[in-house]
Write a protein that binds this ligand. Structure first.
Ligand code: SF4
Length: 447
């Protein structure tokens, strides 16, 4: 085992994955080397997610395995960060005494000092209670690939009654456009061809800055001018923040992909009210209808919760009926999971666990039907695909890429095509991907 090696296990959303890239960048600057084998590490980091109980339990089960590694190697240091760390703070030490270091979502850039402290202290915990400005001094160590995540806004001001994010990530803070553009140029110079702008409510970008010109539409216009970047995406959208200007900007800018991930969460206006989601069923349908009218080939995905407290059978039926009205390309679904600190967790009218699961199964079946339909509409069509990678299958190179609408496409081709755009004709579909053949390569250089 080398003196300074680290392994990071990342659970949860893209924001967590992006944070792990920052942690990796900081540690490599300190002379650490990343490894994919926990047994070979001198430092293990668990980057946790607390969006659902299942995810939190998974973090502790990893820590259970790592405890055994620590028994064999007492010099091993174990750190926990992310949303569970932010919420649970020092109490993690009682639940998982093998943990040496706890740091919060706002404390990533302190990591060198925290590790230094561990040389003289048994345990260290650093959790900022109030959100700090986004630290521009941490350079992420991005994973190799074609797409790079670029956080543009952190935290959230919505306080939906089921969600921990405002408590674990703090209030909304937008980065300044100059810093984002500088980082996007850096991303392009590293060979990435797609940037994915990240934020819990990405389209509220700029709302917390006293300058009406700072908004997502204008940011996209600036990023569209970076030559080496071929594509731009953004996630996650909040239905209440999508403006007409943003819709027209996505429609009109060549590099911005026609793709929106807009969590609806419930198809019932009454349930939405109790979730503190500031839109009605009708407003959501109107918004997605408008997006589809402006961009008929748009990719639309969503999130839904089954069995929110107080949700009646009829209200659950309203969620199912939304799926008859909108042919989503994909939906993330979950049974409601009560989370500490959130108002809904202590409401008396919890839907019993088995009933939540039953509704989730019904919802998933419906989602599969809708996704199948959405895949089939591409049969015979020719689509622009950004090639992201390849694998070898029985001596043949099978490339994988994504359409502008975020559909995954597999097709035979040449390894050199990775990082380029190609027109692919869709020959077959499955629930997960499209299968195609090359029609035309775009005349673009990778470098
Ligand atoms: S808008 Fe999203 S991140 Fe913010 S509180 Fe609601 S669910 Fe959580």
């Amino acid at each position: 085992m080398s003196e300074k090696t680290f392994y990071i296990e990342t659970l949860g959303c893209q924001m967590n994955k992006s944070d792990s890239e920052k942690i990796s960048g900081i540690l490599e600057n300190m002379g650490y080397q990343e490894t994919s084998i926990p047994e070979e590490s001198s430092l293990l980091i668990m980057n946790t997610c607390s969006i659902r109980a299942m995810s939190e339990n998974k973090a502790y089960s990893y820590l259970g395995v790592w405890k055994k590694l620590k028994k064999k190697n007492p010099g091993l240091k174990i750190a926990m960060c992310g949303c569970v760390a932010q919420q649970t703070k020092e109490k993690v030490f009682a639940k998982a005494p093998q943990v040496d270091l706890i740091f919060g979502t706002q404390n990533i850039c302190e990591l060198p000092f925290l590790l230094e402290r561990l040389n003289s202290e048994d345990r260290v915990c650093s959790i900022s209670k109030t959100p700090v400005d986004v630290d521009e001094s941490c350079n992420p160590n991005r994973r190799e690939g074609i797409s790079a995540w670029l956080p543009v806004i952190e935290g959230c001001d919505y306080f939906c009654t089921y969600c921990v994010v405002p408590y674990t990530r703090g209030r909304q803070r937008s980065r300044m456009p100059g810093d984002i553009i500088k980082e996007a140029r850096q991303i392009a110079s590293e060979g990435f061809r797609e940037v994915i702008l990240l934020g819990q409510t990405v389209d509220s970008y700029g709302n917390d800055i006293d300058n009406p010109d700072i908004n997502l539409a204008n940011l996209l216009k600036e990023l569209n001018n970076i030559d080496e970047i071929l594509r731009i995406r953004f996630v996650t959208s909040h239905p209440a923040d999508i403006t007409d200007e943003l819709i027209y900007t996505v429609r009109d800018l060549g590099k911005v992909c026609e793709y929106f991930h807009i969590p609806m969460q419930s198809g019932s206006t009454e349930v939405l009210k109790r979730m503190r989601r500031p839109y009605t069923r009708e407003e959501y349908l109107e918004l997605t209808g408008k997006i589809q009218r402006e961009m008929p080939d748009v990719g639309l995905t969503s999130d839904f919760i089954a069995g929110f407290p107080g949700e009646s059978e009829e209200q659950f039926g309203e969620t199912l009926s939304v799926l008859d009205k909108i042919t989503f390309d994909h939906c993330n679904t979950a049974a409601y999971s009560p989370r500490k600190q959130t108002p809904a967790a202590v409401w008396k009218d919890q839907v019993p666990y088995d009933e939540r699961k039953r509704r989730l199964n019904i919802l998933n079946k419906k989602v599969r039907e809708v996704v199948k339909k959405s895949q089939e509409k591409y049969l015979g069509r020719t689509l622009e695909v950004l090639v992201e990678g390849f694998k070898e299958e029985d001596g043949e190179i099978i490339l994988t890429g994504r359409t502008r609408s975020n559909k995954i496409v597999h097709f035979p081709g040449d390894k050199d095509m990775v990082g380029t755009l190609a027109d692919i004709r869709v020959k077959d579909t499955s629930i997960w991907s499209l299968i195609g053949e090359i029609r035309q390569l775009h005349n673009l250089n990778k470098s």
